[in-house]
Write a protein that binds this ligand. Structure first.
Ligand code: B12
Length: 294
């Protein structure tokens, strides 16, 4: 256990053994034992109570080796307090400033507290939308957009091992990408992570992927589901021409095809031969679980 006593401002921020126990689904006695055995760092208050820094809770949560995880009762950071509805604006600012540490902390807290759908839909999608608007209205240059996107992607890639530990059914295989000439990659990476969280063994092939590569990968990997996330493509007819024949062959093999993204409407989705179309990434999970009509 770390030595030293806490100040009153630390005490406001740090967590009690009971709070940590509740968040991790173990008893307070277990948490106290972990502290005493040196498995969990903590400080003692002047009154002798154990106080755990929020980072330690995050470290344990990240390990994925706790009976259950419910961080909803725990305030993890000052910027999370009073930030309701403004989180995405904060994330946008951190990404544009290149403040990796704070952006990562915000994203990680959302992921651990509310799961990947909330991270994708409540934080990243609106933050990236704001970045797009800032670029469109000349508040930022395209280089800022590139930098912010790369930062966002690199933070997300750090969460991938944590998501892959959630694969409970490796025989459920999914493969997806953004199509040729579409270099937007965040949505497709998030789709992979969401399927992982739902227990699937999902592979994201990247952005700018040709129909041939998607077909070869899906067949080789034995995919049951293929997703396409399209944000900006040359034209609808191009997408139908390029991907239609391949998706038809994949469907004939019994593979489910799911589409989504800003460049695909339900009508286009039907034209390229998909089984399902969704407007939100969480629709993909409903489709994967068979909870959405085709
Ligand atoms: C980041 C970004 C880029 C980056 C991409 C880098 C990268 N490696 O990803 C860079 C700088 C390279 C870029 C380039 C361009 N971009 Co851009 N870009 C964006 C931005 C800011 C964010 C996109 C993003 O990742 N969002 C996060 C994801 C998670 O959100 P989302 O895509 O909206 O996804 C939601 C749904 O669509 C859905 N969904 C998505 N995929 C799937 C899949 C399935 C299966 C399901 C069910 C659901 C689903 O779920 C999500 C919500 O839950 C948007 C702004 C915006 N308003 O979106 C512009 C935006 C998409 N870009 C735009 C443009 C115009 C371009 C360029 C043409 C600019 C240029 N002149 O060079 C190029 C095109 C490059 C190309 N051919 O790909 C326009 C597109 C407008 C249009 N429809 O024509 C936008 C909207 C900006 C704007 N306001 O004008 N861009």
């Amino acid at each position: 256990m770390a030595n030293g006593s806490t100040t009153s401002s630390d005490e406001n921020r740090w967590l009690s053994s009971t709070q940590v126990a509740k968040a991790l689904g173990v008893s307070s006695t277990t948490v106290k034992r972990w502290i005493d055995d040196g498995l969990l760092s903590a400080h003692r208050t002047q009154g002798g109570h154990r106080r755990i820094p929020p980072d330690e809770l995050l470290r344990l949560a990240r390990s994925g080796q706790v009976p259950q995880l419910d961080l909803s009762s725990v305030q993890l950071a000052a910027h999370a307090r009073g930030a309701c509805g403004q989180e995405s604006t904060h994330l946008k600012q951190y990404l544009l400033k290149g403040d990796r540490l704070t952006a990562q902390r915000l994203m990680e807290e959302k992921l651990l507290a509310r799961g990947i759908s909330a991270l994708a839909e409540e934080l990243i999608t609106p933050a990236m939308q704001q970045i797009g608007t800032d670029w469109q209205t000349h508040k930022i240059e395209v280089m800022h957009e590139h930098r912010a996107t790369e930062l966002c992607l690199s933070i997300l890639y750090q969460f991938v091992p944590m998501m892959e530990r959630k694969i409970t059914n490796p025989s459920r295989i999914a493969v997806g990408c953004s199509p040729t000439k579409d270099f937007h990659r965040i949505a497709s990476l998030l789709a992979k992570m969401m399927l992982n969280e739902a227990g699937w063994k999902a592979t994201h092939l990247g952005g700018g992927v040709s129909a041939g590569v998607l077909e070869q990968s899906s067949v080789e990997m034995g995919a049951e589901l293929v997703w396409i996330s399209a944000t900006k493509v040359p034209s609808t007819s191009w997408l139908v021409r390029e991907f239609g024949p391949v998706l038809k062959r994949l469907r004939e093999r019994g593979i489910l095809i799911c589409t989504g993204g800003q460049a695909i409407s339900p009508r286009i989705s039907r034209s390229i031969g998909a089984n399902y179309h969704g407007t939100r990434l969480s629709d993909l999970i409903k489709m994967a679980n068979g909870a959405m009509p085709s």
